[in-house]
Design a binder for this molecule. Sequence first.
Ligand SMILES: Nc1ncnc2c1ncn2[C@@H]1O[C@H](COP(=O)(O)OP(=O)(O)OP(=O)(O)O)[C@@H](O)[C@H]1O
Length: 291
Amino acid sequence: MAFSVQLGEPLFNLVFWLDELQVAGVSLARVVGVGLVPPDRTAGTAAPTDDHVEVRDVRYAYREGRDVLHGIDLDLRVGERLAVVGPSGAGKSTLGRMLAGIHPPTGGSVTVGSVPLVELPVDDLRQRVALVTQEHHVFVGTLAQNLRLADTSASDERLAEALDAVDALGWARALPDGLETGVGSGGHVLTPAQAQQVALARLVLLDPHTLVLDEATSLLDPRAARHLEGSLDAVLTGRTVIAIAHRLHTAHDADRVAVVDAGRITEIGPHDDLVAAGGEYARLWESWQQE
Ligand SMILES: Nc1ncnc2c1ncn2[C@@H]1O[C@H](COP(=O)(O)OP(=O)(O)OP(=O)(O)O)[C@@H](O)[C@H]1O
């Protein structure tokens, strides 16, 4: 979710990206990103020709002079699934947030349909590229209100379709007041898997062209994660997907795998090719199989 603040006629608008934070059981909005973007980005003039994502010589530094991404180049075909793997702290999440337009690159460019992400109007950006993280996204309100965060005008029927697409309609209808049941702090407690399904149903409503999944199922126990991955498949079909993967079987299913190490893509290609090449990915794959 994003909103922008414009004061007078500024050179830049202040944009906040919001996420949810649970404090002592209370659900609060948390600012996960703040950016200064040119007014065009919220006024809306850029029009990407397609959803081809191109990353060119991208660098990113949280603190000046301390790059955590160094010269990343990446081309994503429309409808491709790319798994991103690598050691902790390598820069995978930073890359994911950059691909979702939350972190503007410190150097280089990320474009969709030849338009730099930083020039896209925020609403257009959110509809083109959505980020799903491992945190729960349930706000205080009814289940229906939680879903309509993605599409304020969605009919009850559309909400039911979205829940059905992620295999959540059964439990949602069984709630005390169905979709009008209060959830979030003080309301009906959803399991972590149900909370993730709500987030996925919101994605179905948002209908983004490209999805960045940052370890979207990693907080769940393996059985719930496997179940959710079935729901996820319905959401992923037909979209470009960048999956930041902990579990390598997700990587195995992808069209290509990118290994990120110390802020660089050190290997990229189909799973079988990387295994045959005998490099870092082959070692990761072998050790994962022995776990
Ligand atoms: N908000 C932040 N402020 C400053 N440094 C950060 C911030 N987020 C990440 N970093 C640093 O950037 C580097 C890359 O972190 P990132 O979270 O992108 O790695 P990762 O590969 O996703 O790691 P993990 O698998 O542990 O989640 C790390 O050195 C990390 O400490």
